[in-house]
Structures are given as C-alpha cells and as structure tokens.
Design a protein around this ligand. Structure first.
Ligand code: HEC
Ligand code: HEC
Length: 281
C-alpha cells in the first residue's frame, strides 16, 4: 500500500468533512432550523446518501469483512490500492442499487483480471455491499462539498453563464428542458438538496428493452438485473422477469451522464448552473 497516498487521502477526507459540517451548520441556520445550535444538529444532517441506506451495524460489519478480504487490494477505505481499483469512483458501484452488480463481482470474480472469486454467505455479501455503498456516498458528498456546498456560495452564481453552460458545454439540453422536465425544479428542491439532485439525481430510473426468443419486444422501466435475471415494470405497472439466458436485452441508463459530468465541472460551472436552476420555479 502506498502510504503517502493514504495519509493524503485521509487529510483530504477530514478537510472535506469539516467543510461539510460548517456548510450544513450554515444551512441549518439559514433555513431557520438552527435554534438548537449543538454539534448534534450538525452531525445529524450527515452526508447526503445516494444509495439505499443501511443500519450502521451492517455497515460496520461490512467494514470489518472488507478489511479482511478486500482491503489489501482495494485499500482499507475502498479508495483503491496497489492491486485493485478505487471502488468509490466505480460506475459499477454507483449503478448498483441493492448489491446486484457488486454481489455478482464478488461471487464470480474476474480471475483473469486479478479479482478473485469469493464464496461468502449472503449476509456477509450484503454487509460488504452496504460498506462499499456508504464509502461511495461519502466520496460523492465530498465532491459536492468541495464544489461549494456553503449556503452563501449557493447564491454567488451567474444565471446567464449558467444558462449558457446548460445549453452549451454542459450538454444538459440534450436530456432536459427548462420548460419541460426541469420546470419548477427550484420549487421541488432547495439549496443543498437542489445542488445534490443536480449533481447526482437520486432514484433515476433506467429503461430496458427485452427481446424474447419468439421475437416479441417489451420495453419498460428496469426493475431488477443481475447476471441471471432481468425484470421490468411495463406501462401498465405489471412486473415481468426473465432468465437472462432466454432473452436479449438492452439497458439504457441516461442518468449515468451525471457521473461523467462530475469530473468535468469547475466550481464556477456548478454555482452558475445552480443559479440558473434556481430561476426555474
Ligand atoms: C487480489 C486483489 C483483490 C482482492 C482481494 C479483491 N479484489 Fe476486487 N478487484 C480486483 C481487481 C484487480 C479488480 C479490477 C478487475 C477488472 O479490471 O475488471 C477488482 C474489481 C472489483 C470490483 C468491480 C469494480 C468495477 O468498477 O468494475 C468490485 C465491486 C470489487 N472488486 C469488490 C471486491 C470486494 C468486495 C472484495 C472482497 C470481498 C474484493 N473486491 C477483493 C482485485 C481484488
Ligand atoms: C444523457 C442525459 C442527461 C444529461 C446530459 C444530463 N442529465 Fe440531468 N438527468 C438525466 C436523467 C435521466 C435524470 C433523472 C430523471 C428522473 O429520474 O426523473 C436527470 C436528473 C436531473 C435533475 C433532477 C431532476 C429532478 O426532477 O429530480 C437535474 C436538476 C438535472 N438532471 C440537471 C442536469 C444538468 C444541470 C445537466 C448538465 C450539466 C444535466 N442534468 C445533464 C439525464 C441527463
């Protein structure tokens, strides 16, 4: 393990965490929820979750299993080690809702690429998933933090520049319209929540098209997917599932574009975009 890097990451994490605490405090004060100005109030705002939330005990148990089985390759914090990638930046992890992707990697491994196969009890796999999710959520909320989560910062953007970025370099207009899906977005989310949702939309749905052996094609919202099963909810609300070996299918997850965008924004881009979003009431 490269320990210069660990130490550096550790510091960055601490710094980001304290910035977040300050911002959350300022936010609580501004929104009038700050009467009880105790540390508890700040702490209970917590990092904003992206994945499902898990009981702390499950995450803790996952943390110790992770140290035991995975940490020496992926780093103790899942942030990457000498022989395994950074899981907090993994797309496979961010598109995983309940362990369907991560579980498959753990169970099958990718032996030819240096990822061993593990035969672990389900409960252990679940706790590992919980730990990896929580590490990624932390990393994600730090991205948000570093990029200006301070409530006063939220007001510093330039609406016109944000609009230009939306229609230009940000490519937002490819998928969104200020008078269509994003109309009223500033009434649905405020301040930090709006910024968070803009950076990484939670609960975004994927679509799937399934072609049965007979040639019949069905399209709907992706409801479940692992290597054995694919399922959708069709337009009438009906749940349908197939063994993956019997069908051909194609998943489209347009919100993944947000993950790619995270690496591209400057602080100013985000403030400007947010200022623009705040005009969409
Ligand atoms: C011997 C080193 C090693 C160990 C131990 C190990 N991994 Fe990996 N892991 C890897 C490598 C290397 C890859 C990348 C494989 C590739 O390039 O496709 C990987 C990939 C992954 C991925 C997929 C990441 C992605 O974005 O595609 C996940 C999830 C993962 N590992 C989780 C775990 C978990 C959980 C454990 C412990 C139960 C674990 N790994 C143990 C080396 C390891
Ligand atoms: C490739 C398509 C794509 C691009 C490009 C894209 N988004 Fe999104 N965005 C989505 C999808 C899909 C969702 C989830 C919508 C849903 O599930 O309701 C989403 C959600 C959002 C939301 C939350 C909407 C809500 O109602 O909760 C905001 C705000 C947003 N995007 C802003 C942006 C901005 C700003 C940009 C450009 C910097 C951008 N998006 C670029 C596809 C895209």
């Amino acid at each position: 393990m490269n320990c210069f890097r660990c130490a550096f990451l550790g510091r960055a994490v601490l710094r980001a965490a304290s910035l977040f605490a300050i911002a959350a405090f300022a936010y609580a004060q501004n929104s009038g929820a700050g009467q009880a100005r105790s540390k508890d109030t700040v702490g209970s705002q917590g990092p904003l979750p992206v994945h499902e939330s898990y009981a702390p005990a499950v995450i803790e148990s996952g943390s110790s299993h992770f140290q035991q089985n995975c940490g020496f390759c992926h780093g103790r914090d899942a942030g990457g080690g000498e022989s395994g990638p950074d899981l907090t930046r993994s797309k496979l992890v961010s598109s995983d809702m309940k362990g369907e992707n991560i579980g498959a990697v753990i169970r099958n491994g990718r032996p030819e690429k240096g990822m061993p196969r593990f035969n672990l009890p389900d409960a252990e796999v679940t706790s590992l998933v919980a730990f990896i999710h929580s590490q990624q959520d932390k990393a994600m909320s730090q991205t948000g933090t570093r990029k200006g989560v301070d409530e006063s910062d939220l007001q510093t953007g330039d609406v016109e520049a944000g609009k230009q970025y939306f229609n230009g370099a940000g490519t937002c207009v490819k998928c969104h319209s200020p008078t269509g899906d994003l109309s009223g977005i500033a009434s649905r989310y405020h301040g930090l929540k709006l910024e968070q949702q803009m950076l990484y939309p939670r609960d975004a749905k994927s679509q799937v098209t399934v072609t049965e052996a007979s040639g019949k094609v069905l399209t709907g919202q992706l409801a479940y997917h692992d290597e054995f099963t694919v399922a959708l909810i069709d337009s009438t609300g009906r749940y349908r599932s197939w063994p993956t070996i019997n069908v051909k299918y194609k998943i489209v997850a347009p919100a993944d574009a947000h993950i790619d965008l995270l690496g591209k924004y400057s602080d100013a881009d985000i403030h400007n975009l947010l200022a623009y979003m705040q005009t969409l009431r």
